[in-house]
Design a protein around this ligand. Sequence first.
Ligand SMILES: [Zn+2]
Length: 317
Amino acid sequence: MRILPIYFPASDAEVAKGDVTSAHIEAEVKHYLTLLKARMKRAGDALDPTDENKLEATLETYLGAKFNSMTSEASEWAASPWKERLEELWDSRAGSAVTWMERLREHHETVYRCPSCGLLRDLAQEGGDRMPVDHYLPRSAWPELAIVATNLVPSCDTCNTRLKKTQAPGPGEGRLFLHPYFDHFITGIELLAKIDIPAGASAPRFEYSVAGKALAPEQESVMSEHFRLLNLDKRYCFRATQESLATVRSETRRRVAAGDWTTPGDLSKWLAGHAETVLDAKGALNWETAITRAFANSQDFAAWLFNAAKPFPVTNP
Ligand SMILES: [Zn+2]
């Protein structure tokens, strides 16, 4: 999971740490209305001043990062004849909306990790060269936000298409997913990994969980829902077994075979250094950091791994 800088195609301004200023909000609202008006003009239509004012107000609410209230009630545009017209902007394959989308996608081209799960995108599986964009608030319920840059967040196929889909909270419910531009409180989230070594098992079992440091109840709730709905425990456990465990296992086999390590204590020392290296490279809120830290903190794990790495005794006849 990570916070991305916000990109406002209207001004090409990249805002470090996602600070939304009134100038950015103004720029995006202006850009949005230009696209909508151009689209309507081509259809021989014009934007009514009352609708224009209402749209401006809706967008400002969203862009001002006050989108909490919007997730608890359906947008008035979703039930209006405007729904199709607003969705059309997204579906449109001609005109400035497409150029704008291309620029947004180009901007996200260097995003290799999905900001929702923190996993590297799988190009082979996703069959594309770019991270897809997801509507943070689904366009079925909020058609007016279909082409708003801050509502279009990069997301891997698994998070977006397979797990999040169009899930949105019902009336009176809190948000379900963290927003990669706005939710800076994720720096106060701790990702923890636990190791369990059942007697006689051929491999340890892992379990991931999230904990918040001094978070507000609304923040705690969106953090837990995000973790649960995106199936992050299972997805991280799979990677931890396939990648992190495999790495420390092969290193241990090599060092034990070479005679460098003669006790589980030698291995523990190395695991502590390894955890530091991973923390430096990947940061604190990362599945790999969490599991390598758990490796380093568990004497049971070191004992298990050391024994598993020992060559089979050669018995002389
Ligand atoms: Zn993802």
